[in-house]
Design a protein around this ligand. Sequence first.
Ligand code: GLA
Length: 402
Amino acid sequence: MKTSRRVVAAVFAVLVLVTGLSAQGNNTTSSALALTPPMGWNSWNKFACNVSEDMIKGMADAMVKSGMKDAGYQYVNIDDCWQVSRDSNGNIVADPQRFPHGMKAVGDYIHSLGLKFGVYSDAGSKTCAGRPGGLGHEYQDALQYAAWGVDYLKYDWCNTTTQDAKASYANIRAALDASGRAIVLSICEWGTAKPWLWGKEVGGNLWRTTGDISDKWEGSTKWPDGTCCSNGMLAIVDQQVGLASYAGPGHWNDPDMLEIGNGGMNDTEYRSHFSLWAILAAPLIAGNDLRNMRPEIHDILTNKEVIAVDQDPMGREGERVAKNGDLEVWAKQMKDGSRAVVLLNRGGSEKEITATWEDLGYPNHLTAAVRDLWQHKELGKVTGKFLATVASHAVVMVTVKP
Ligand code: GLA
C-alpha cells in the first residue's frame, strides 16, 4: 500500500515537472511583457555607431533627472556597434575600448537607477553596420544577454540572405525564453515580410512596419545602394494605415523610433510626430540626446496627457478616420469609452478641420466634453462634431468624452 502511494506521488511529481517545463517553452512569459507600448531611449537616431559606456550611463542619468523616468520611460537601449567580434568559444565580444567594464556593468548601472537595459543584434550573419550578427549563435547569445541582465532585444534583419523571417524570429524568441529571463523582443524586419501577420504568433512584442525613419517631415528616398527607403515622418505614418487591428497588449506595430529633438524638424512638427505616435499606440523610444534637451523638446517628450493616450491599457491602435487632401482626422478608442483625436494639417497654410461624431463612432446627438492635450485645458461641451483651426504642419489633439 505504502509503496503504491509512493509510486503515485512520484508519477504526480513527474507530471507537475513536465507540465511546468512545457509551460516554460511556450510564449506565456513573452506575451506578458510590454502590455502597453514600450517607452525608452535608443542610441541609433542620434549617435549611430558612436556608442560608449560613458554616454549610455549619462543618458540613463538624464532619463531620471529630466523627469522622463517619472513620465514612464523605462528602457535604455544600445543599438548597433557595441559588439566587435566573437571569441574562440563563439561568445560575442563587446568593444573593450568603448565598454571597458563590459556589458553587465552597464546593465547593472541602468538597473541601479530603476531603469531597464536593452541591446541590439541581428538575425543574419552580420548587423547592418557589419558587426557580428546572431545567426547560429542564438541560444548562446540569449544566455549571454540573460547573464548581463538584458531586458529588451532589438533584432535586425540585415545580411539574412535566404533566411525565413518568421522562422528566424521564432528561433530567437525560443532562445530568449530558454534563457530563463523575461526579455522583450523587438522585431526589426522593416515590414518586408508583413510581420504584423505573424509577429504575435512567434512571441514578438513589437515589430517595425517600415524602413528607417529620418528626421524630416515628409518624403521617402532610396538609400545610396538603391534599397528602400529613408522615410520622412509622414511617409511612415501613411504606411500604418490598415494595420491597427494587428496591435494590442503585448504586441505592437512599431513605426520606428522618435526623432524629436534631433534638429531636422521644427517644434510644431515634433509635436505632430509625438501626437501621431501616441494615437498609433506606438512604442515611444526617444532618439535624441537627453543630456541637453531644450525645454520645448523636454515638454513634448514628457507631455503626460499625450503619453496617457499612447499607454491606454486597452491597447487599441488609432486609425485615420477622415482624410480630405492635406487635412486628416485620426482617432483612438480609449478604455473609458472616450476617444483621443488628432486633427492633422499636412499642408502649407492654416486650415479648419472638423471631426464629426460619425468619424469617431458616436451617435450625432451625443454631447461630449473636449479637452486639449497640448494646452492642458477643457474646451467645453459640444454635440455632433468638434472643429478647430490648425496651423500648417500642426495638430490639435483632444480627448472627446461623452
Ligand atoms: C537598421 C535598423 C535601424 C538601426 C540600424 C543599425 O537600419 O532599421 O533602426 O538599428 O540598422 O545599423
